[in-house]
Design a protein around this ligand. Structure first.
Ligand code: ADP
Ligand code: MG
Length: 604
C-alpha cells in the first residue's frame, strides 16, 4: 500500500482558513480596518459597492509597507505584530495571527498599493485567488490602500450563502461602527454605493458616539469611570429613560477590541436592574483596559470572544462601576455623599471604607434625610426649650469623676449647631440637660432601638437602602444554611442585602445595608440563620421582628465608640422619632432621667 497523506498546497490551506476568518464581506472589512488602525492611521476611508460583494476599498494614511513586507504580508502566518509565543500575552494590536490578508487573497481579487512615509515610491501588488499576478513600483500617497473585488468569486458555495444586500450592508455598517467607536481619535468615512453613510471627524469618545448615533445621544450618556488594580473601565451608559424596546447600542471593548461577552453583558444589565421599563434594553459603550497578560483573545479566529483570568472580579467591577454612575448622575434615587450637603454619615459607616457611594435603588426612602423625617414630638422639643449651651462649660469643667479622655469636647464652634447640649460620658452614655433636669442615654440601646424600627419598617413596607460593594464577597455555606438562606431570601433583600446564588452552597454578596461595616457580612447573615435554627417556632411567628432584632443588635454602636456632637445629635433626634424610644428591642431601658428635684434632694 502506498502512503496516502499529503501536505495541502498553500492555496487550499488558505482557502480553508479563509472559511473561518472571512465569512462575509463585513468580516473582510473588519480585518482591513483593524490593519489600518494597527498601522497607526489617523484617517481611514472606506468605499463599498454591492454590500461589499463586488468591491471593498479602503485607504489609510498609516505606516505603509516596504516592498518586501508588501509581498510577505499575503503569506499565511506573516505578521509584524508578534514574534514569539510570549508576545501572545502582551498583545496591544488588533491583529496578530497573520491570517487575514492571506485569507482574503485566497478568495478574492486583491490589489494593494502601499508606501512608507520615508520612501519616494510605493509598491503595487495584485493577487487573485491566492495566485500572484504582479508586483511593481508605483507612485502613490504614503499609507496603504486595498481594493478587494468579487469576494468569494472562486467559492460559489460561500457566495450563494450570502444574505440579501440589505442584510450584508447592515453587517458592513456594524463592523464599521465598532471600529469607529473603538478609535475615536481616527477620522473615518464610509461610502456605500456612492452614498456617504458616515463622515466622522477625529474627536473624543462622546463626540464619536454622537456623530455615529445622532445628536440626541449627547444628553443620554452618563459617564462611567473606574480605576482598579485589575482594570480601568471608562465609557458611557445610556440613561434608563432612553432605553429602547429593541436591543440597543451595546458595546464592550477590551483593550480597544470590540468583544461579545454575554457574561459582561449580564453584569451591565444587572446594574440597570429595576431602572429599566419592562422589555427595554439598556445601551452602553464600555471600554475596559486591562493587562493583556490577564486575557486570552486567541480563542476564536474572528477574535470577538475573550477570556479573562479573573472573570468574577471583572464582572463585579463592571457592575459596580455602571451602577455607581447611574446612581451618581441621579438617574436613580440616590444617596449621594458629594451632593447631599446636609447628609450625615450613619455612625457605623464612619470607619467603613466608602469606595462606592450608597445607591438607593430600591426606594426613595432615606431615613437620614431631614425632609423624610416625621415631626419631632412636641414633648421632646419642650424638654430642651430652656437649656442653653452656656450650661455646657459647667458640665464639662466638673473635673472628677469624669476623665478628660472620656469626655467629648463640647461645644463645638460650629455656628449652626442648635442649642441642645450633649456630652458623651465614658464612651457609652450621652448626657444631656433638659428642662426638667437631665437625662442619660445608653448609646448602644438607643441605636439598637433606632435600627430595629428601621429594619422592621424595611421588612414590612419599604426595602432598605443598599450599599453596593466594589468587590463582591463570595460566601460558602453548608447545605442546611444555604437552604435556610434561600428560604429567607426575600427578607434579606428587603433589609438591603443584594445576594445572588452562585452555586448550590455559594452566595455572592453584591451589596449590604449601609449600616454594616466591612467584614461583618458573614457574621450577620449567620446570626440570622442561627436564630432561625435555634428557635424555629418563634422565628416563624415573629419572623420579621426576629430578623430586625438580630440585625439591630449586630450593627448597632457598641460602648467604646466615640461620637462627634453631630452624631450624638443625630442619635438623640432619631431616638425620639422612634415609636418606642424608651426601651431597646430586648426591653432594656434606653435612658434614665434625673429631675431637678431629685438632684436638689441629693444636695439637700
Ligand atoms: P495580522 O494583522 O494578524 O498581523 P494580516 O494578514 O492582517 O495579519 O496582515 C499581515 C501584515 O501585513 C501585518 O502584520 C502588517 O505588518 C501588514 N499590514 C497589513 N495591512 C496593513 C496596512 N494597512 N498598513 C500597514 N501594514 C499592513
Ligand atoms: Mg490583521
Amino acid at each position: 500500500m502506498p502512503d496516502i497523506i499529503q501536505l495541502l498546497p498553500d492555496s487550499v490551506a488558505n482557502q480553508i482558513a479563509a472559511g473561518e476568518v472571512i465569512q462575509r464581506p463585513a468580516s473582510a472589512l473588519k480585518e482591513l480596518l483593524e490593519n489600518a488602525v494597527d498601522a497607526g492611521a489617523t484617517s481611514i476611508q472606506v468605499i463599498i459597492k454591492d454590500s461589499g460583494k463586488s468591491l471593498i476599498q479602503i485607504l489609510d494614511n498609516g505606516c505603509g509597507m516596504s516592498m518586501t513586507d508588501a509581498r510577505l504580508s499575503f503569506e499565511r502566518h506573516a505578521t509584524s505584530k508578534i514574534r514569539n509565543a510570549e508576545d501572545l500575552f502582551a498583545i496591544r494590536t488588533m491583529g496578530f495571527r497573520g491570517e487575514a490578508l492571506a485569507s482574503i487573497a485566497a478568495i478574492a481579487q486583491v490589489e494593494m498599493k502601499t508606501r512608507k512615509h520615508d520612501e519616494e515610491t510605493g509598491t503595487l501588488i495584485e493577487i487573485e485567488g491566492a495566485r500572484f499576478i504582479r508586483q511593481e513600483t508605483v507612485t502613490c500617497p504614503p499609507g496603504t490602500s486595498f481594493s478587494i473585488r468579487n469576494l468569494f468569486f472562486n467559492v460559489p458555495a460561500r457566495r450563494n450563502f450570502l444574505k440579501s444586500n440589505t442584510v450584508e450592508a447592515r453587517h458592513i455598517i456594524e463592523e464599521f461602527e465598532r471600529v469607529a467607536l473603538a478609535n475615536p481619535q481616527v477620522a473615518m468615512s464610509l461610502h456605500q454605493n456612492g452614498l456617504e453613510v458616515f463622515k466622522l471627524q477625529a474627536g473624543n469618545l462622546r463626540q464619536r458616539i454622537v456623530s455615529v448615533f445622532g445628536t440626541p445621544y449627547n444628553e443620554r450618556l452618563v459617564p462611567v469611570e473606574e480605576s482598579t488594580s485589575l482594570l480601568n473601565i471608562s465609557g458611557f451608559a445610556g440613561k434608563p429613560e432612553f432605553a429602547r424596546k429593541t436591543r440597543g447600542e451595546q458595546f464592550f471593548f477590551v483593550n480597544h477590541r470590540f468583544v461579545k461577552d454575554p457574561y459582561l453583558h449580564h453584569a451591565v444589565t444587572g446594574a440597570f436592574e429595576e431602572l429599566l421599563p419592562r422589555d427595554s434594553y439598556a445601551s452602553y459603550f464600555l471600554y475596559l483596559d486591562i493587562d493583556p497578560g490577564r486575557i486570552d483573545i486567541n480563542i476564536h479566529p474572528t477574535k470577538t470572544e475573550i477570556k479573562f483570568d479573573d472573570d468574577r472580579s471583572v464582572y463585579a467591577i463592571v457592575r459596580a462601576a455602571v451602577k455607581r454612575s447611574l446612581g451618581q448622575f441621579s438617574v436613580a434615587p440616590v444617596l449621594d455623599f458629594e451632593r447631599e450637603t446636609n447628609f450625615d454619615l450613619p455612625y457605623s459607616m464612619r470607619n467603613a471604607p466608602v469606595q462606592v457611594p450608597t445607591i438607593d435603588i430600591d426606594s426613595s426612602y432615606n431615613p437620614f434625610r431631614r425632609e423624610t423625617m416625621p415631626q419631632r414630638p412636641d414633648g421632646w422639643q419642650r424638654l430642651y426649650d430652656v437649656v442653653k449651651p452656656d450650661v455646657a462649660p459647667l458640665l464639662s469643667s466638673s473635673q472628677p469623676p469624669v476623665e478628660e479622655s472620656q469626655l467629648s469636647a463640647l461645644p463645638e464652634e460650629t455656628p449652626d449647631v442648635d442649642e441642645q447640649v450633649l456630652v458623651q460620658i465614658h464612651l457609652r452614655y450621652i448626657l444631656s440637660p433638659v428642662k426638667s433636669g437631665l437625662i442619660l442615654i445608653d448609646q448602644q440601646a438607643a441605636h439598637e432601638r433606632i435600627l430595629y424600627e428601621r429594619y422592621l419598617d424595611n421588612l414590612k413596607k419599604k426595602p432598605g437602602a443598599i450599599q453596593q460593594k466594589l468587590f463582591p464577597l463570595t460566601l460558602d455555606f453548608n447545605a442546611t444554611d444555604a437552604a435556610v438562606l434561600r428560604e429567607l431570601g426575600d427578607d434579606f433583600k428587603m433589609l438591603g442585602f443584594d445576594l445572588s446564588e452562585f452555586s448550590a452552597q455559594t452566595f455572592v454578596v453584591q451589596g449590604t445595608p449601609p449600616d454594616l461595616a466591612e467584614g461583618q457580612e458573614k457574621e450577620i447573615i449567620e446570626s440570622i440563620l442561627e436564630q432561625y435554627k435555634i428557635n424555629k417556632d418563634e422565628f416563624r411567628n415573629h419572623r420579621q421582628e426576629t430578623v430586625a432584632k438580630v440585625m439591630a443588635k449586630k450593627t448597632a454602636l457598641k460602648p467604646g465608640q466615640k461620637l462627634s456632637r453631630q452624631e450624638m445629635k443625630h442619635l438623640v433626634d432619631e431616638l425620639f422619632f422612634c415609636q418606642k424610644p424608651s426601651a431597646s428591642p430586648d426591653g432594656k431601658p434606653v435612658m434614665v432621667s434625673l429631675s431637678l428635684e431629685e438632684l436638689a434632694g441629693k444636695f439637700r
